[in-house]
Ligand binder design. Structure first.
Ligand code: ADP
Length: 396
């Protein structure tokens, strides 16, 4: 089955055309700067690479460009649009309504729309991607894969906030969680690798956005992002955990508007706010040259991750494996080492040499004395979406 996976953002569309079973990527790329003065389309297949600049007024124009490239008689990989049997859409917020991958119909689109206030940056773009794909690929099944779905197993004791009940019942304010597709993908890989579907895992996704998930019996039981994607770990530009009093102080004493506070905590904080860069490679090289602020930022980042490891080991009453994934988790031996140092009390001991090996494969990097396995697992959200879409469409 040829499945087109779409990840539509506010001004971009990432896409991959994948054949399942077999996991063959026929083509992939990105449409960027949609609606701006100058946009770009990138396309890569086994034999061709295309990078085109030009105005892309809206998502429809962007997706039509993708379709034209896929169907190009010389450089394309399809003879007709009808060859695409399903389009898998990454949808960021599924609220409490969607616990699994769902075939899209008018009711599903209405719920995605009703959830706009909870994900104002993402769900409108995701819905635009769906509506455009319906027009461009009218014969394909349209399927939604929700970032929040994997976390719907988080129990009430963990997903509720201690505020008056009406805010939960009427306003649906609770922990939803994000990066679910990535956490689900790496936890399935870890279960297969370790041959243990009852294991207690902590999955640590460290990219531009960062989050951790406690996973027991293959299910998410707690997670560091919350109602929105701001809580928990220190991220590229987001502060993660912060005392609510700081938000009140910014507004009540320093005169910040709600919008200014949101901008500060989401776009100007985190590693960027501490060091001036949100790219961990820059921060690591500054730290290696002795920059004290870069060193402090790395130490703070790892310290926060350690606190979550401790709390998740406590709530699961044990720990079998840590999983590091995404750009930083897969590539930064520096962060992995800072996190796994002085953790023998929890049975975590890193092998320094194994930690330094660079690889694109799943691997373990713990010392033989470690009770806890430490895995590095490359994530692949597009493949997870394609596999879920395949199972859903096949089953219908
Ligand atoms: P996104 O959340 O946008 O998908 P990624 O998973 O690609 O992000 O992660 C981006 C982060 O990974 C950046 O902070 C980048 O600096 C970091 N990163 C990528 N490669 C390396 C590397 N070799 N060493 C350290 N950090 C890296």
């Amino acid at each position: 089955m040829k499945i087109l996976v779409l990840n539509a953002g506010s001004s971009s569309i990432k896409y991959q055309l994948i054949v399942i079973p077999g996991n063959q990527v026929l083509a992939q790329g990105l449409v960027e700067r949609i609606g701006e003065a100058q946009g770009a389309v990138h396309y890569q297949s086994a034999d061709h690479q295309i990078d085109e600049e030009g105005v892309i007024p809206n998502h429809k124009a962007g997706l039509e460009k993708v379709a034209n490239l896929l169907l190009d008689p010389e450089k394309g990989v399809l003879k007709s649009a009808g060859e695409i049997q399903a389009v898998g859409h990454r949808v960021v917020h599924g609220g409490s309504y969607f616990v699994q991958t769902t075939i899209i119909d008018d009711r599903v689109k209405k719920v995605i729309k009703d959830l706009f206030p909870l994900a104002p940056l993402h769900n409108p773009a995701n819905l635009a991607g769906i509506e455009v794909a319906e027009k461009v690929f009218p014969n394909a099944r349209q399927v939604a894969v929700f970032d929040t779905a994997f976390h719907q197993t988080i129990p009430e004791v963990a997903h509720r906030y201690a505020i008056p009940n009406k805010f939960y019942e009427k306003e649906h304010i609770r922990l939803y969680g994000f990066h679910g597709t990535s956490h689900q993908y790496v936890s399935k890989k870890a279960i297969a690798y370790l041959g243990n579907d009852k294991a207690k895992f902590i999955s640590i996704h460290l990219g531009n956005g960062c989050s951790m998930t406690a996973i027991q019996d293959g299910k998410s039981i707690d997670h560091s992002l919350g109602f929105g994607p701001m809580n928990g770990l220190i991220m590229g530009t987001r502060s993660g955990d912060i005392d609510q009093s700081v938000v009140l102080y910014l507004q009540q004493s320093l005169g910040y508007s709600a919008e200014e506070v949101a901008n500060l905590l989401q776009k100007k904080s985190g590693m960027l706010g501490l060091t001036g860069s949100n790219d961990l490679r820059d921060i690591e090289s500054a730290s290696a040259k002795g920059d004290p602020m870069a060193q402090l930022a790395l130490a703070m980042n790892a310290y926060r991750i350690k606190k979550y490891i401790g709390s998740y080991a406590a709530i699961m009453n044990g720990l079998d494996a840590l999983i590091f994934t995404a750009g930083i988790g897969e590539n930064s031996d520096v962060i992995r080492q800072l996190v796994c140092t002085d953790m023998e009390f929890l049975g975590i001991a890193l092998d320094q040499e194994k930690n330094k090996i660079r690889s694109k494969s799943i691997r373990t990097i713990q010392h033989p004395s470690s009770k806890v396995q430490i895995l590095v697992i490359p994530t692949n959200e597009e493949l997870e979406i394609a596999e879920q879409v395949y199972m859903k469409v096949k089953g219908n």
